[in-house]
Design a protein around this ligand. Structure first.
Ligand SMILES: Nc1ncnc2c1ncn2[C@@H]1O[C@H](COP(=O)(O)OP(=O)(O)OP(=O)(O)O)[C@@H](O)[C@H]1O
Length: 362
C-alpha cells in the first residue's frame, strides 16, 4: 500500500486493495488496461466514493472487489482474508460478506420472484436462518428500508423504481454484510427518489455499521454521502482525500476540472472545465495520462510513467507532480457549489430527520 492510501490508525482496515490491475483482450493480441495498480482501503462503517468519468474503470474495480471478475494482479483482503485465493465453498461464503447494489433495480431482481423469496433465499443459502425466523427477519428488513411487510408477497413489477432499489438494498442487508458495493445505485432514479435512497443508505450505515464503496459520477451526491473520495482517471487513482478536504482543496488538475463542472452559487468559474477525451486505454500516452487535457501541464508531465499517488498532506494523496504548487483552493472552482436538486433534498431530509420518521415514496 502506498503512503497515500494508508489509514491514519495502525490496524489493518476492513477492506484492503493493493496494486489491483485488470486488462481486457482486444483484437490482434492487444490488451486494454481498465484498472491499473489501484490501492485503496475501507474502514468499518465508512463510505468511500469512487468517482470519475465514464470508462475510467469504476465498475470494473467494483466487480474485482466483488470477485465477479478476476484481477490480473494485486491483493484484495477483507478482514485479513485473502479474497483472491478463495475458491468454491470458501468463495461462496465470502460473498455473504461483500454484497452489491447495482444501478438498475429492474435488471437485478428476478421478475417472477416474490419479494419474500428475494429476501429469504439468501439467508437460507448462507445458512443464517430458515422458517419462521427468516420470515420474521424479512418483515423487519422491509420496515428497515421503508417498505411494508404487507408487500412481501408482491412481485418486482408491482413496485416503483425507488421501491425496487429499496428491495435490492434489503436483499443486500439480509445476509448482514460487512461491505456493500453500490454501483451508481441512484443514477437511474428520479431526483426526489435519489435523495431518499441516499438518505436511506446513510441511515442504514449508521444503524448497522456496514461499510459502503459508493461508485458514482455525481459529485453532489458524493459530497453529502461519502467520508472519503477516490478520484479515478484512466484506470488509476489520481487523488484520494477526506470529502471535505477534497472539495475545499483539490490537489489534482483532473479533480479540479471535475469540480469545475458543478455550478457555483457565486456564478464564478475560475478553473477550466474538462475538454477533450480520456486517452485510448489500448494506447496510453507516456507520462501523466491526464497531460493532454491538463491546463497546468509542464513538459515533464509528458515523460516517463504515470506519476504514482503520493501523500501530500495527512490522508490526502495526489498523483500530480505539481500537486503542492497548484494555485490555492480559493483560485479554483472548489468554492461554494450550488445545491443540485438531489443535494437540496438530501439537506432538507437531514433537517427533518431529527424531527420526524424517514419519509418513503408512494
Ligand atoms: N468485459 C469487458 N471486456 C472488454 N472491455 C471491458 C469490459 N468491461 C469493461 N471494459 C472496458 O474497461 C474500461 C472501464 O470500464 P468500466 O465499466 O469499469 O468504467 P466505468 O468507469 O465504470 O464507466 P461507466 O461509468 O460508464 O460505467 C472501459 O474502456 C470499458 O470499455
Amino acid at each position: 500500500m502506498t503512503g497515500a492510501t494508508e489509514p491514519a490508525h495502525g490496524r489493518e482496515p476492513l477492506l484492503v486493495v493493493q496494486g489491483l490491475r485488470k486488462t481486457f483482450p482486444l483484437p490482434g493480441n492487444q490488451r486494454m488496461v481498465a484498472v491499473d495498480g489501484v490501492d485503496l482501503y475501507l474502514n468499518q462503517g465508512e463510505t468511500l466514493a469512487v468517482v470519475g468519468e465514464s470508462g475510467c474503470g469504476k465498475s470494473t474495480l467494483g466487480r474485482l472487489i466483488l470477485r465477479l471478475q478476476d484481477a490480473d494482479e494485486g491483493a484484495l483482503r477483507l478482514g485479513g482474508t485473502d479474497l483472491r485465493a478463495l475458491r468454491g465453498r470458501a468463495l461462496r461464503a465470502m460473498r455473504r460478506r461483500i454484497q452489491v447494489v447495482f444501478q438498475d433495480p429492474f435488471a437485478s431482481l428476478d421478475p417472477r420472484q416474490r419479494i419474500r423469496d428475494v429476501l429469504v433465499r439468501p439467508m437460507r443459502l448462507h445458512g443464517l436462518c430458515d422458517g419462521r425466523e427468516a420470515e420474521r427477519r424479512a418483515a423487519a428488513l422491509m420496515e428497515q428500508v421503508g417498505l411494508s411487510p404487507a408487500q412481501l408477497d408482491r412481485l418486482p413489477h408491482q413496485f416503483s423504481g425507488g421501491q425496487r432499489q429499496r428491495v435490492a438494498i434489503a436483499r443486500a442487508l439480509s445476509v448482514q454484510p460487512e461491505v456493500i458495493v453500490c454501483d451508481e445505485p441512484v443514477s437511474a432514479l428520479d431526483v426526489s427518489v435519489q435523495a431518499q435512497v441516499v438518505n436511506l443508505l446513510q441511515d442504514l450505515q449508521r444503524d448497522t455499521g456496514v461499510a459502503l464503496l459508493f461508485i458514482s459520477h455525481d459529485l453532489a451526491v458524493v459530497r453529502h454521502l461519502a467520508h472519503r473520495v477516490a478520484v479515478m482517471y484512466s484506470g488509476r487513482l489520481v487523488e484520494t482525500a477526506p470529502t471535505t478536504q477534497l472539495f475545499r482543496d483539490p490537489r489534482h488538475p483532473y479533480t479540479r476540472a471535475l469540480l469545475a463542472a458543478a455550478p457555483r452559487t457565486d456564478g464564478a468559474r475560475t478553473h477550466a472545465p474538462l475538454t477533450g477525451e480520456p486517452p485510448n486505454p489500448a494506447a496510453l500516452p507516456p507520462g501523466c495520462r491526464f497531460h493532454g487535457r491538463c491546463p497546468d501541464a509542464h513538459p515533464v508531465c509528458t515523460e516517463g510513467v504515470h506519476p504514482p499517488l503520493r501523500l501530500i498532506a495527512p490522508n490526502h494523496g495526489s498523483a500530480c507532480l505539481f500537486a503542492e504548487s497548484l494555485p490555492a483552493a480559493t483560485d479554483t472552482a472548489a468554492g461554494p457549489t450550488e445545491p443540485t436538486p438531489v443535494a437540496a433534498r438530501i439537506a432538507a431530509y437531514r433537517r427533518a430527520r431529527d424531527r420526524a420518521p424517514a419519509p418513503t415514496e408512494a
